[in-house]
Design a protein. Structure first.
Length: 148
């Protein structure tokens, strides 16, 4: 984040882990005729959960899984129906029980022109105790180890 500009910049060092195409639904739009701002977070959630499901199908079944402790989004361009969104999911640096996650959204018919960027911190949690636990080895292996 810089100065009075509230835009959050994504770090240069991040690892692309999943790409998914998500159709924009008519009901995603608001009265102004563009995709409602809350849906951008839903698109982030959709690509994140699809990636986690594909990466490890035991998530939540073993009583552990991710909890999002913060989230941000920079809205760069409007999305509208009809169309498809290309959602990309990245991971960044890991801590003991947390990992940075980042996202980009762009229209499939306008590649290379981001409509939104965002991210959040994912904390691995024991769902019964509601306490953080160490990240699984498979997730830690994907983390960016050198941000310099």
């Amino acid at each position: 984040m810089t100065g009075l500009d509230m835009r959050f910049d994504l770090p240069e060092h991040k690892q692309l882990v999943h790409t998914q195409v998500i159709p924009v639904r008519w009901g995603d739009m608001d009265a102004a005729g563009h995709v409602n701002n809350t849906l951008y977070f839903r698109y982030f959630e959709t690509v994140r959960l699809d990636w986690l499901r594909l990466a490890d199908s035991a998530i939540y079944e073993d009583g552990t899984g991710p909890v999002i402790v913060n989230a941000f989004c920079s809205f760069l361009r409007q999305l509208r129906f009809p169309g498809d969104v290309v959602a990309r999911h990245y991971v960044g640096q890991a801590g003991r029980s947390s990992i940075e996650t980042f996202f980009t959204l762009e229209r499939a018919d306008e590649p290379g022109q981001p409509c939104a960027t965002g991210g959040g911190k994912l904390v691995w949690t024991d769902m019964k105790t509601e306490r953080s636990i160490p990240l699984p080895d498979w997730l830690r292996a994907l983390a960016v180890t050198d941000a310099g």
